[in-house]
Design a protein around this ligand. Structure first.
Ligand SMILES: Cc1ncc(COP(=O)(O)O)c(C=O)c1O
Length: 379
């Protein structure tokens, strides 16, 4: 059986850099590189092959379903998490007294934009504040009521790595008859997701980060029971029941989550997404979560030892793969790390360090040494 060190060899960047930036985007594997080249080769060898392109789309859909423990018909393959959110927002119906959308101050901007854009349709958008870096659950409970149409939360916050308690949030939404959407982009591939057990209505995400591939391929999970009553107005020919019908006098959406799709998918990216998903499924998300937890405990202890301040929750059950460290100058700190060939990123005043299965304890020690030597940039 392959070890995580064996898998590390699939990522050439580790020959010259400490890559610890999966929250932004993943390191490039040999498999994903080969998939991009395969796309070009297929163009040379096959010429035009729509059947192959459509098959790729279905393969990616099947892999997303497997990853999320969902049915294949519950998955739409989209162009980005934002496209998934827009498709959902275009399907929301404001004709009933339920007009409230409850989002959070931990949302990635694109999620909040999707709801604020609906104000022209009568949506009332309210934000749950954060408490100690987490979603304030008491405030969420207070704000969600029988006028709430949708509750939207990030699984993992892109700014500080806080991990949401989805079953608890789902229960609050459900007892008020509201739908629930989870933006899982900062979790998918690093935190196990079981859509069926979660029992939420929508899950969005994409392939660029912990799923190891590229921009241009996102996903949208739609709970089976919701599909037939959802009518997205953001649509297109790939959303039709019969893509090849070429019908122009009606809109007949697919009887599956495919009704949330639009036009020709980003085919080169489908090749890459397939390769990335296969690799993640081969390694296993449960295993990845456990492995990264060990690296992150070492990282958190080390940061505290040198007098740094963690902005992520300390409890390993309350954060995703990303650990954040307060900085007096986030950009200078990222630049100092870059001088030592460490690839990291920052947001909201904090350094973001996001390990994946391709990192090891030596990487963490290199990062800790760099932080110790740049203590003046730690807040
Ligand atoms: C939590 C979260 N949601 C959504 C997005 C945006 O994704 P996309 O650019 O695919 O729309 C990001 C990107 O960083 C993110 O971290």
């Amino acid at each position: 059986m392959k070890t995580m060190e064996d898998y590390r060899d699939h990522f050439p960047i580790f020959k010259h850099k400490v890559y610890i930036n999966s929250c932004s985007y993943a390191a490039l594997s040999n498999e994903v590189e080969a998939a991009f080249l395969r796309y070009l080769k297929d163009r040379h060898e096959l010429g035009a092959d729509w059947v192959n392109w459509c098959e790729r789309l279905e393969k990616v859909r099947t892999l997303f379903a497997k990853l999320l423990t969902a049915k294949v018909d519950e998955i739409a393959v989209t162009a980005s998490a934002s496209a998934s959110l827009s498709a959902v927002s275009s399907s929301l119906d404001f004709s009933s007294p339920r007009k409230k959308i409850v989002t959070t101050d931990l949302a990635f901007p694109t999620e909040a934009h999707a709801w604020h854009a609906l104000k022209k349709n009568g949506a009332e958008v309210v934000h749950v504040k954060e408490k100690d870096g987490m979603i304030d659950m008491a405030e969420l409970d207070r704000l969600v009521d029988d006028k709430t149409l949708l509750v939207a939360v990030p699984l993992v916050c892109y700014r500080n790595g806080a991990l949401a308690d989805i079953p608890k949030i789902r229960d609050i939404a459900r007892k008020n008859g509201a739908m629930i959407l989870v933006d899982a982009y900062q979790g998918v591939g690093a935190v196990p997701i079981n859509a069926t057990e979660w029992g939420v209505d929508f899950i969005v995400g994409g392939s660029l980060k912990y799923l190891l591939s590229t921009a241009g391929v996102g996903f949208l999970y739609v709970r089976e029971g919701l599909i037939s009553q959802s009518n997205p107005t953001q649509t297109g020919w790939f959303a039709q029941e019969d893509i090849h019908a070429m019908l122009i006098h009606d809109n007949i959406p697919a009887n599956s989550a495919r009704r949330f799709e639009q036009g020709t998918p980003a085919v080169p990216n489908l090749y890459a997404a397939e390769a990335g998903l296969k690799l993640i499924l081969e390694v296993g998300v449960e295993k990845i979560r456990k492995y990264v937890a060990v690296l992150n405990e070492h990282l958190k202890q080390g940061v505290l030892k040198i007098g740094g301040k963690l902005m992520s929750p300390a409890d390993p059950d309350q954060h995703g793969a990303m650990i954040t460290v307060a900085s007096t100058d986030q950009y200078a700190l990222v630049a100092r790390l870059a001088e030592r060939n460490i690839v990291a990123s920052c947001r909201d005043g904090n350094l973001r360090l996001s390990a994946h299965f391709y990192n090891n304890i030596q990487d963490i020690d290199v990062v800790l040494k760099a932080l110790e030597d740049n203590k003046n940039l730690l807040a």
